[in-house]
Design a protein around this ligand. Structure first.
Ligand code: AHG
Ligand code: MN
Ligand code: MN
Ligand code: MN
Length: 335
């Protein structure tokens, strides 16, 4: 008889004591994210039937045209976190500035801050291709009892307490880490519960997939160009297979399962790269390392970068360890 799968709720409770800070607050926080994920999933699944696809008409702080689902997901995650009174601050790709949670947490007793990319890969919404949500959780640096400050958000990725993503794909999955490995949970839509389907996820040490927007090729630094040529060369187990969804979450998820590398290099069109350190690179890098993979900006470990601004962008190289090592060697060689 098949073994009964653990629900995400059960898993969170069972693993509560192994958290670095086991007051139960982090469990509540993860449960809020689980709830918001289900609400956003429901809306994503209806795209095409209700008036939720297309541009909202606004431009976000990143200079991007916001999609209606960007706005919807942003509101849902923020509202859920504020209403449940478990965070003291939130920063989002879709918000100009960080939010200090004063309404529910009047005395500023909450310890955790959350940074989110509410909807990742939003250019894929209109064409029914996988999108995601990315979250990153830190303990505040400033003492409780006062409002959060920018310093609470500008912490190195190595300080993350938890991070994860939801991928709204052929099935919806929530994948997260609290620094003790990576576990993946699949939503059973008939029941509305996430079940542990991918315990202890690990990147294969090597892979054969490379994921990069090659349309930007001519603008890439020489080291990246050389590495792409290496991926394409017929030799040994190469050429590698090119796979690029255009949604970091989905590209990362596939590469973690199959073995591969994701690149969003510095390119002269979009200096210094496109991906946001705080909402995208840090949480994905934490997951990568927890799954025996690797993430860097080509030279420096992502989790060691000291952020200087909320919406900072960095080059990003992430995936199977041997592949990232090889890519870094090409970058160093071309310096
Ligand atoms: P977002 O939808 O949150 O703004 O993120 C989009 C990011 C990332 O998900 C994806 O890998 C990358 O942008 C795609 O960029 P290009 O279209 O330039 O390849
Ligand atoms: Mn965006
Ligand atoms: Mn994104
Ligand atoms: Mn986004």
């Amino acid at each position: 008889m098949a073994h009964k799968k653990q629900t995400l709720g059960e898993f969170i409770i069972e693993n509560q004591t192994s958290f670095k800070y086991s007051s139960g607050e982090l469990s509540s926080l993860l449960n809020s994210i689980r709830l918001a994920a289900k609400v956003v999933n429901h809306e994503v699944n209806k795209a095409g039937l209700v008036d939720i696809i297309g541009a909202s008409g606004d431009v976000n702080i990143q200079g991007e045209d916001q999609q209606k689902l960007d706005v919807y997901a942003n509101i849902k995650f923020i509202q859920t976190l504020i209403n449940r009174n478990i965070v003291c601050g939130i920063a989002s790709e879709e918000e100009d500035d960080f939010i200090s949670v004063n309404s529910q947490d009047e005395n500023h007793q909450n310890k955790y801050i959350v940074l989110i990319d509410p909807l990742d890969g939003s250019s894929n919404i209109d064409v029914n291709v996988s999108v995601g949500t990315i979250f990153s959780i830190y303990r505040r640096k400033t003492p409780v009892g006062s409002p959060v400050t920018l310093d609470d958000f500008l912490q190195k990725g190595s300080q993350q307490v938890a991070a994860g993503y939801i991928v709204y794909g052929t099935s919806t999955m929530l994948v997260y880490t609290t620094g003790d490995g990576v576990n993946g949970f699949t939503l059973n839509p008939a029941i509305g519960s996430f079940y542990l389907s991918h315990p202890n996820m690990k990147f294969p040490i090597d892979g054969k997939i490379y994921s990069v927007n090659e349309g930007n090729y001519t603008h890439f630094p020489q080291g990246i160009k050389n590495y792409i040529k290496y991926c394409q060369k017929e030799e040994g187990d190469r050429p590698y297979t090119s796979r690029y969804i255009g949604s970091l979450v989905s590209d990362f998820h596939r590469n973690m399962i199959k073995g591969g590398i994701y690149l969003y290099p510095k390119c002269s069109l979009l200096e210094p790269g496109k991906l946001r350190l705080l909402y995208e690179c840090n949480p994905i890098a934490f997951l990568a390392e927890q799954a025996d993979g690797k993430a860097s900006d080509g030279l420096t470990r992502i989790l060691d970068i000291q952020p200087t601004e909320l919406h900072q962008r960095v080059p990003f190289v992430c995936g199977s360890k041997n592949m990232v090592d090889k890519c870094e060697a090409f970058i160093r060689e071309a310096q």
